[in-house]
Write a new protein. Structure first.
Length: 151
């Protein structure tokens, strides 16, 4: 049976300058600070709280593994923890351009993720028991991410 997807929210995640840790035992690591941003969806609006980071591993010249952890706060004051894992791949030239902070058109980069959302807020506890997928675009100073609930 094919699952249905329901649009959940658009996240505009403001990011800082990547911290390049170089080639370590498990790959080339980078930390990308999450500085803030906005959340807009049919059932919630809010902001992305500063203090998170995307822990990246550049596995090959064309593949980056993503592991972002950060918090959202709705306009009602409810907080949501986000653990978003995914991959971003493209040609060597396009990935090099992204690493240099340049814009690459979204259709040339495969950027998909699986955000896990969790909240202690009674209105949002349902999301602790649901799965989501994301489709993103890397801009020079932000990540634009559309999140869908898998029905």
């Amino acid at each position: 049976m094919q699952p249905d997807l329901t649009f959940f929210a658009h996240l505009s995640v403001t990011v800082g300058e990547p911290i390049d840790l170089g080639q370590v035992s498990d790959g080339h690591r980078r930390l990308v600070p999450i500085l803030g941003g906005t959340v807009e969806g049919p059932s919630m609006q809010g902001r992305i709280l500063p203090g998170g980071a995307d822990h990246q591993i550049l596995r090959t010249a064309t593949l980056t593994e993503l592991d972002a952890r950060y918090a959202l706060e709705t306009d009602a004051g409810e907080r949501i923890f986000v653990h978003n894992t995914g991959i971003r791949s493209g040609s060597r030239a396009d990935i090099d351009a992204l690493i240099r902070g340049e814009h690459v058109p979204a259709h040339r980069i495969y950027f998909r993720s699986q955000p896990r959302l969790s909240s202690a807020a009674s209105r949002l506890r349902w999301m602790n028991e649901r799965m989501f997928i994301g489709s993103g675009e890397r801009l020079p100073n932000s990540i634009e991410l559309d999140i869908y609930q898998i029905a």
